[in-house]
Design a binder for this molecule. Structure first.
Ligand code: ITT
Length: 197
């Protein structure tokens, strides 16, 4: 009763630890498999990238795997940074990515700063059987950072449900409303049967 969460992102790993608790399935992450090669995310959609990560790791480890590919879509920027959320400012540098968003939205009024996060979530068994789910959350991009929890763009993503940014939420609160939490809940409608068969 063990599953690999195919991520190098410590923030994601923390959220999955919480999300898998009720299922009584232990999770490992890519940190536990230092011998695995780096996986190139060559897809053009969240779903394609999640499938690449999950199938690659399942094939090599011969263990069940879940992987997600996620990103931020900002309405005023025509959906940017989208699939390129991790590397919006060049390298995978959360602070540089946030700075770039804030500069690009400098003259955009609060009412026009709507955005959403999306997650494509894939579970794969060693035999290649897969289960797919998606999740979203709507929010507003602030003009300054607030909070230190979470990761990525959380400190500029304000959610009405809590009147806070996602970086001001605990991992448990964020999971209640987040794109990743919603994708997980969507996956769970079929997961238990799929997992047992
Ligand atoms: P893995 O591929 O190893 O899981 P990653 O960080 O590269 O880790 P993605 O390819 O899914 O993950 O890139 C998603 C980027 O989008 C991530 O680096 C963040 O900048 C942002 N992002 C995704 N989910 C987020 C969340 O819940 N809160 C804030 N930012 C998020």
């Amino acid at each position: 009763n063990e599953i690999i969460v195919a991520t190098n992102n410590a923030g994601k790993a923390t959220e999955y630890e919480e999300l898998f608790l009720p299922l009584k399935i232990k999770i490992k992450t890519l940190k536990d498999f230092p011998e695995l090669p780096e996986i190139e995310e060559t897809g053009t959609t969240f779903e394609e990238n999640a499938l690449i990560k999950a199938h690659t790791v399942a094939k090599i480890t011969n263990l069940p795997v879940v992987a997600d590919d996620s990103g931020l879509m900002i309405n005023a920027l025509n959906g940017e940074p989208g699939v390129y959320s991790a590397r919006y400012a060049g390298n995978h540098d959360d602070q540089a990515n946030i700075d770039k968003v804030l500069v690009n939205l400098k003259n955009v009024a609060p009412v026009d700063r709507g955005a959403s996060f999306h997650t494509a979530l894939v579970a794969v068994k060693p035999n290649g059987d897969q289960l797919l789910a998606h999740g979203d959350v709507e929010g507003v991009i602030l003009d300054e950072q607030r909070g230190t929890n979470g990761f990525g763009y959380d400190s500029i993503f304000y959610v009405d449900q809590f009147n806070k940014t996602m970086a001001e939420l605990t991992a448990e609160q964020k999971n209640q409303i987040s794109h990743r939490g919603n994708a997980m809940r969507n996956l769970m409608t079929n997961f238990e049967t799929w997992w047992r068969e």
